[in-house]
Write a protein that binds this ligand. Structure first.
Ligand code: GUN
Ligand code: ZN
Length: 428
């Protein structure tokens, strides 16, 4: 048994700063004791230190729970930064042709390793990812995550129309392939299979029926899809499902709502849809860099929360423009500004850690430093670049430091990432 002791300034959250003042604990000379990949104790260094523990000193940096990214597309690692289109054209012109390349298992394998390493370089220790429609892409992603010890949630996208033949499956094959992947991967180590109908435009009613059957037969599984991201998307969706009252009604009709259902984007919603999300516990996942990049719209986090909807915040690479949850929080701050809301840095960092873990229903294992949690951690350096170091000279409070990280930080501010107690980056 090897005990590891990380020494640094230590921060985590036990409540949402948007809801209560008693929300975090901060140890200026803190430590985290780790045994066999789990957190054993957290507190002041003087009280936590143990004889025989291997000590790693990260002072003066700040340790938090690793970032959680609840919406990202693994086969879009070479789509990110594609010019000049809004959602539907962006999908047709760039995304579907690129995802077609994941029919090749060798390509999928090569990209999966790069994808996981990019997440870790950016301090993200858990992601909920869309793979391509090819089952081999899920095998590649889970294999790469497993070899790194990461908690990964992922599923093959179900899409039987509306794209290009190379990425189309059928209602039956998507059901069969998803079932085989569930049997092969779900619950293996830290891996979770996610039922993944891409969105209503690329699924026939028969396929959404199949997704609903998978959900009924596997009630413990997450479901991920997209909802009301773009106005042209909404029009097209409602023309394909003319009997639906609104976009969310389609997913409701096929039994796809609930606290394990993650709706990417959820921007242009009616009051009825917001109320139904709250009533069913369905999650709304904000994707700020993507929403600005694709010109989709301004997510109403305050309105959704006030209505009782649980929200997460995600990168949505490759519609999103950064793997960094810090940069994602930067853009979330600006979108909130456009809506007349100030996103406080404590609330922002809560959102990217415990908040996203709650959105995924996984806060008992990730997102905090509570003993028993997996030792998934990010070590942040608020002086990582010359501009950050200069600004940091005038910083006096923890909140100011967090805001500096949120606005100016990216992967350069990640000094180290730990997955189940193991360092994943070369020592800085
Ligand atoms: N809607 C359906 N598929 C996608 C996708 O890959 N990215 C985004 N941003 N929206 C989508
Ligand atoms: Zn997406």
């Amino acid at each position: 048994m090897t005990l590891t002791l990380l020494r640094a300034r230590v921060l985590d959250f036990h409540a949402d700063p948007a809801e209560t003042d008693d929300n975090h604990r901060y140890f200026p000379d803190g430590a985290i004791l780790i045994d066999d990949g789990r957190i054993v104790a957290v507190g002041d260094y003087a009280s936590i230190r143990r004889k025989g523990a291997v000590e790693i000193d990260h002072r003066p940096h700040l340790i938090l729970p690793g970032f959680v990214d609840p919406h990202i597309h693994f086969p879009q690692v070479q789509v990110i930064a594609s010019w000049g289109a809004q959602l539907l054209d962006w999908l047709q012109n760039y995304t579907f042709p690129e995802e077609a390349r994941f029919a090749d298992d060798d390509h999928a394998e090569a990209m999966a390793g790069r994808f996981c390493d990019l997440l870790l370089m950016h301090g993200t220790t858990t992601a909920c990812a869309f793979a391509s429609s090819h089952p081999g892409s899920v095998d590649a992603l889970f294999t790469a995550a497993q070899s790194r010890g990461m908690a990964m949630l992922a599923g093959k996208v179900m899409m039987d129309r509306g794209a290009i033949p190379e990425v189309h499956d059928t209602a039956q094959s998507s059901y069969d392939d998803s079932n085989a992947l569930i049997a092969r991967w779900h619950g293996r180590g830290r891996l979770n299979y996610v039922i993944t109908p891409r969105f209503a435009i690329t699924s026939t009613p028969e396929q959404l029926e199949a997704a609903g059957a998978l959900a009924r037969e596997n009630p413990h599984l997450h479901i991920q899809t997209h909802l009301s991201e773009n106005l042209a998307e909404i029009d097209h969706t409602l023309s394909l499902y003319p009997k639906a009252r609104d976009y969310l009604d389609i997913y409701d009709h096929y039994g796809l709502l609930g606290p394990r259902s993650l709706m990417g984007h959820a921007i242009h919603l009616s009051a009825r849809e917001v109320a139904l999300m709250a009533e069913t516990g369905t999650r709304a996942i904000h994707c700020p860099t993507s929403n600005l990049f694709l010109g989709s719209g301004l997510f109403d986090d305050a309105g959704l929360r006030a209505a009782g909807v649980v929200t997460g915040v995600a990168t949505d690479v490759g519609g999103g423009t950064s793997y960094s949850l810090l940069q994602t929080l930067n853009e979330a701050y600006k979108i909130a500004q456009m809506r007349g809301v100030n996103l406080h840095p404590l609330a922002a960092f809560h959102w990217a850690t415990r908040g996203n873990a709650i959105a995924l229903g996984m806060a008992d294992r990730i997102g905090t430093l509570v003993p028993g949690s997996d030792a998934d951690l990010v070590v942040l350096n608020a002086r990582a670049t010359p501009a950050m170091a200069l600004r940091a000279e005038r910083i006096e409070t923890l909140a100011q430091e967090l805001f500096l990280l949120q606005i100016l930080g990216d992967d350069r501010a990640v000094a180290q990432t730990y997955v189940a107690g193991k360092p994943m980056r070369p020592a800085a």
